[in-house]
Design a binder for this molecule. Structure first.
Ligand SMILES: NC(=O)c1ccc[n+]([C@@H]2O[C@H](COP(=O)([O-])OP(=O)(O)OC[C@H]3O[C@@H](n4cnc5c(N)ncnc54)[C@H](OP(=O)(O)O)[C@@H]3O)[C@@H](O)[C@H]2O)c1
Length: 279
């Protein structure tokens, strides 16, 4: 399988499909990541919050590190300068590697200075611990502030994106500023399989609803990160590059936007431990 890539500001190439690992823990994480690597995925998306970096580390130990693109993320409670450095070092230790290809601020945290967080990210970048820096779940407002204060390019914004949540203004802002958009929850956690146009196109192209949705996102210049524990799904989800949707059918999917998230809801539960914000 040859996966197309997108260039990042530092010259690295980001594979347009990565394996999502949220909620995969223990043996399930090991087996799923192993299946993904055997199927030809070279890009893995994890986070300190996913509690699976050690398992991923065990699996990738058998692979040539240079052939892999590894992303991890720092939790929003760990965005003070020293905490970012410590979180990154701990992720590297668990993953058994001496660098990350991409390190993301998992969520913006309004209680901690963005400048301080990005100063730490710049230090990690300077020291070679992270090759590229990015953000996740940032609005255009937050991303533009990050770009303003950062000493390193913000290479990526990983956001919820699928046919039912297309976020045209945010995606356009990312495009204008050369920030690659990565789709978190690109399958809307299966919700979007119910969409009637997705189902019609799946029948017409003899593909699964998942394949239709992933191919559409890639054609919209968005990197996809599908998660699966089912070996047949893992393999099929990466089988996207020897067929294509017509422009008319892409436009039919463009028209399915409902502004309907599966996880990025407007308000947050600030009591959740990931924020570390006492009342
Ligand atoms: N930055 C963030 O805050 C953030 C937030 C959300 C997600 N993410 C990243 O994005 C990744 C993907 O998002 P997600 O895990 O939320 O959900 P998702 O990839 O949109 O959906 C996963 C669900 O789809 C099913 N599925 C996968 N392929 C399928 C297929 N071919 N046919 C039928 N069902 C299929 C899976 O079940 P099976 O296991 O049975 O296949 C699973 O239930 C995450 O794992 C994570 O890496 C990041």
């Amino acid at each position: 399988m040859t996966v197309p890539t997108k260039p990042l500001p530092g010259g690295d190439e980001l594979p347009t499909i990565g394996f999502g690992t949220w909620e995969l823990e223990g043996e399930t994480a090991r087996e799923s990541v192993e299946t993904a690597l055997e199927a030809g995925y070279t890009h893995i998306d994890t986070a300190e919050g996913y509690m699976n970096e050690a398992e991923i580390g065990e699996v990738i130990a058998d692979y040539d590190r240079d052939d892999l693109f590894l992303t991890s993320k720092v939790l929003p409670k760990n965005l003070h300068y020293g905490d970012v450095i410590a979180s990154c070092e701990e992720s590297l230790e668990r993953l058994g590697t001496d660098y990350l290809d991409l390190y993301l601020i998992h969520w913006p945290n309004p209680a901690i200075s963005l400048r301080e967080t990005l100063d730490a990210m710049a230090t990690l970048h300077e020291e070679g611990l992270v090759r590229n820096v990015g953000v996740s779940n940032f609005s255009a407002y937050q991303l533009s502030a990050a770009q303003h204060v950062a000493d390193v390019p913000i290479a990526v914004n990983q956001i919820e994106f699928h046919p039912w949540l297309q976020r045209p203004d945010l995606v356009e802002y990312c495009r204008e500023t050369d920030t690659v958009v990565e789709a978190a929850a690109p399958l809307a956690r299966t919700d979007v399989f119910e969409d009637e146009v997705v189902q019609e196109l799946a029948d017409e192209y003899d593909k699964s609803p998942a394949q239709i949705v992933l191919r559409w996102a890639i054609d919209r210049d968005v990197v996809v990160l599908p998660r699966s524990t089912t070996p047949d799904h893992i393999r099929a989800n990466a089988d996207l590059f020897d067929w294509e949707l017509s422009e008319a059918d892409r436009r039919r999917l463009d028209q399915r936007d409902r502004n309907q998230p599966v996880y990025d809801f407007p308000a947050r539960d600030w009591n959740d431990d990931v924020w570390g914000i006492p009342q």
